[in-house]
Design a binder for this molecule. Structure first.
Ligand code: F6P
Length: 555
C-alpha cells in the first residue's frame, strides 16, 4: 500500500475536503431532515449521535473506504488473536482477553492464557471480598477501613476513574485513596488521617521500578513499620500488582498478596487486569463482572459490526477527518456526569500516550499529523471556563459530549437543568448565531443603531463547531465498561490508519533517564555544571535556596 497521504483514497478525501470545508452544518440539517437517523448508531443503551459533525454521506463513504483500505478488519483480528502487533516491543496486545467472556482459548506463543487470566481474577475477587466483608483483619484484628492504591499512569488513572465513576455502587464505609505523585504532599496528606491498623496498601506497578511509585511505596512501608514497631505485619497490610513478581516479593510483600499482570497488557489498558484490585474492593465482584461484561459487549460490537455501523471505527474516522484535513490540533471530552470527572484525564493517557508518535511502523518519520491534544473537563464546569473559546475562538475543537438519561439518584429538577445544557450547547455549537439573528436580538432589546454596530460583531457565533454526543441510560458498570472500550478501540483504529504503534511509549523514557541522573546530582550542594545554562541555573538555584530554607540540614 502506498504511504498514507500518497494513496489515491487520501487524495480523494483531500479533494472532497476542499468541496465541503466551507459547508455549514446548519444548512446540512436544513437540507436533510433525516440527518440524525443517518448519522447515529447504537450499542445497547448507548446512543452515539455524530450528526453534528461537518460530514456528508459522501465524506463518510470515503472515510469508511479509507478504513477498509487500511485493513482495519484484519488488524482487529490480529489484535484479538494475540499477534505481536506491538512491534517495537515484540508483544501481543491482549487487554481484550482480560474481559473475554466467550470461554474460548486465547493463544500467546501457542499457549492458552485464559486459565491464568481467570485464576488471577479469582484471586483478586477473593482478596477484595475478604476486605469488603471484614474477614480480612489488620494487626489489631480490626477490619480494613481504608485502602491506599500507590501507582501512577495506567496503574492509577484507570482504577481512579472507575472507582469515581461507580461511586453509587461502592461501599460507603470503605474508603479508597489514590497516591500517584512523588511530591511528598500527596502521600503525607493521605496518610495523615489514616490508622495503620485499618489501612491496606496496594502497590500497583507493572514494572515495579517506576520511581514515583517505589518512593511512595517505601514511605508507606516505613509509616506502617514505624507504627507497628517492625515489619512482621506487612502481609496483613500490603499487596502488589505487577508483572515483576520477583521485585514485589523482594520489597517484602507476601507471595499470596502479589497479583500477576502480563507483558501483553499495556499499562494504560490495564484496568481490566489485577490492577483493578481497588475497583473490585470498592464495587464488589458482581458489579466488576458487569463492567467486564459491558467491555466484552463493546469488544464484540467492534469485532462484528460492519465498518459503517461500528462506533469505534466511526469515532476514529471523524477524528482523522478533523485532525488531518481540518488541521484541528485538539479534541475535547466533556462529560455531563459528575462521576465521570476523571474520564478526560484517563483518556488523556490512553490517547496521547498511544498515538502521540511521529515515527511509523517501518521506522520512518511521518509526514502527516497523528494523535490530537486531548483535554476535557466536566461539561457544566467547562461551560463557565473554556467554552468561550469553543464557541467564538479561532480554533476548531471537535468535542465529545457524554451524558446520562438518568442518574442513580435522579432528582428531576437537577437532571433536567443538566440535560438542557447538553442539548443547548451542542445546538449552539452547531448552529451558531448569524449576523441577522444577532442584529434582530439587539434591536429587540432596544439598542440604537450605533450601539448595535459596536456590539454586533461580538454577538455573532460562527457555529459549525463539531460535537459527537453519547447518551446512555445511566452510568451503570456495564455502560461504563462499554464506553471505555469504545475509546480504547477508537485509539487503536486511528493508530492503524496513521500506521503507528499505539502500544509502546518510548517518549516517556528520556525524561525518566535524565531524572535518575539528576537525582544523584541533588545528593549534595555542589554546583552543577554539566547541563545547558538553563538546567544548570535551575538546579543551582534550587540547591542555593534549599540551603537558605533549611540551613545546613538541607539534605
Ligand atoms: O511512564 C509511562 C508509564 O510507563 C505508563 O505507560 C505506565 O502506565 C506508567 O508509566 C506506570 O508504569 P508502572 O505500572 O510500570 O509503574
Amino acid at each position: 500500500m502506498p504511504k498514507l497521504i500518497q494513496s489515491s483514497l487520501w487524495k480523494t478525501l483531500d479533494a472532497h475536503f476542499n468541496e465541503v470545508k466551507h459547508s455549514h452544518m446548519r444548512d446540512m440539517f436544513d437540507q436533510d431532515s433525516q440527518r440524525f437517523d443517518k448519522f447515529s448508531l447504537k450499542l445497547n443503551d448507548i446512543l452515539f449521535d455524530y450528526s453534528k459533525n461537518i460530514v456528508t454521506e459522501k465524506t463518510m463513504d470515503h472515510l469508511y473506504a479509507l478504513a477498509e483500505e487500511c485493513d482495519i478488519r484484519q488488524w482487529i483480528e490480529k489484535m484479538f488473536d494475540g499477534e505481536a502487533i506491538n512491534n517495537t516491543e515484540n508483544r501481543a496486545v491482549l487487554h481484550t482477553a482480560l474481559r473475554n467472556r466467550d470461554g474460548l482459548p486465547v493463544l500467546v506463543d501457542g499457549e492458552d492464557i485464559m486459565p491464568a487470566v481467570c485464576e488471577e481474577l479469582k484471586r483478586v475477587k477473593k482478596l477484595a471480598e475478604a476486605i469488603r466483608t471484614r474477614l480480612w483483619r489488620g494487626y489489631y484484628d480490626q477490619p480494613i477501613t481504608d485502602v491506599v492504591n500507590i501507582g501512577i499512569g495506567g496503574s492509577h488513572l484507570g482504577p481512579l476513574m472507575v472507582t469515581e465513576a461507580l461511586t453509587p455502587y461502592s461501599l460507603h464505609d470503605l474508603n479508597i485513596h489514590y497516591v500517584s505523585n512523588v511530591d511528598e504532599n500527596h502521600i503525607n496528606d493521605t496518610l495523615e488521617h489514616l490508622n495503620p491498623a485499618t489501612t491496606f496498601f496496594i502497590i500497583a506497578s507493572k514494572s515495579f521500578t517506576t520511581q514515583d511509585t517505589m518512593v511512595n511505596a517505601e514511605t508507606a512501608r516505613q509509616w506502617h513499620i514505624n507504627k507497628v514497631g517492625d515489619d512482621s505485619q506487612i502481609d496483613k497490610h500490603f499487596s502488589a500488582v505487577s508483572s515483576n513478581v520477583k521485585a514485589a516479593k523482594e520489597f517484602g510483600i507476601d507471595e499470596n498478596n502479589v497479583f500477576q499482570m502480563w507483558d501483553w497488557v499495556g499499562g494504560r489498558y490495564s484496568l481490566w487486569s489485577a490492577i483493578s484490585l481497588p475497583i473490585v474492593i470498592a464495587i464488589g465482584t458482581e458489579n466488576f463482572d458487569e463492567l467486564l461484561q459491558g467491555a466484552y459487549e463493546a469488544d464484540q460490537h467492534f469485532r462484528s459490526a460492519s465498518l459503517e455501523e461500528n462506533i469505534p471505527v466511526t469515532m476514529a474516522l471523524l477524528g482523522i477527518w478533523y485532525n488531518n484535513f481540518f488541521d484541528a490540533q485538539t479534541m475535547a471530552v466533556l462529560p455531563y456526569d459528575q462521576h465521570l470527572n476523571k474520564f478526560p484525564a484517563y483518556l488523556q493517557q490512553a490517547d496521547m500516550e498511544s498515538n502521540g508518535k511521529c515515527v511509523d511502523r517501518q521506522g520512518s518519520v511521518v509526514d502527516y499529523t497523528t494523535g490530537p491534544v486531548l483535554f476535557g473537563e466536566i461539561g457544566i464546569a467547562a461551560q463557565h471556563a473554556f467554552f468561550q473559546l469553543l464557541h467564538q475562538g479561532t480554533k476548531l475543537v471537535p468535542a465529545d459530549i457524554l451524558a446520562p438519561v438518568s442518574n442513580f439518584h435522579c432528582i428531576a429538577r437537577h437532571h433536567r437543568a443538566l440535560m438542557s445544557n447538553v442539548f443547548a450547547q451542542t445546538e449552539a455549537l452547531m448552529k451558531g448565531k448569524t449576523e441577522q439573528e444577532a442584529y434582530a436580538e439587539l434591536k429587540a432589546e432596544g439598542l440604537d443603531e450605533d450601539a448595535i454596530k459596536a456590539l454586533l460583531p461580538n454577538k455573532i457565533f460562527p457555529g459549525n463547531r463539531p460535537t459527537s454526543t453519547f447518551l446512555f441510560n445511566s452510568l451503570s458498570p456495564a455502560t461504563l465498561g462499554s464506553l471505555i472500550v469504545l475509546y480504547e478501540h477508537k485509539i487503536f483504529v486511528q493508530g492503524i490508519i496513521w500506521n503507528i504503534n499505539s502500544f509502546d511509549q518510548w517518549g516517556v523514557e528520556l525524561g525518566k533517564q535524565l531524572a535518575s541522573g539528576i537525582l544523584h546530582e541533588l545528593d549534595d550542594n555542589a554546583p552543577t555544571k554539566q547541563h545547558d545554562s538553563s538546567t544548570n541555573g535551575l538546579i543551582n538555584y534550587y540547591k542555593e535556596q534549599r540551603i537558605k530554607n533549611k540551613g545546613e540540614n538541607s539534605l
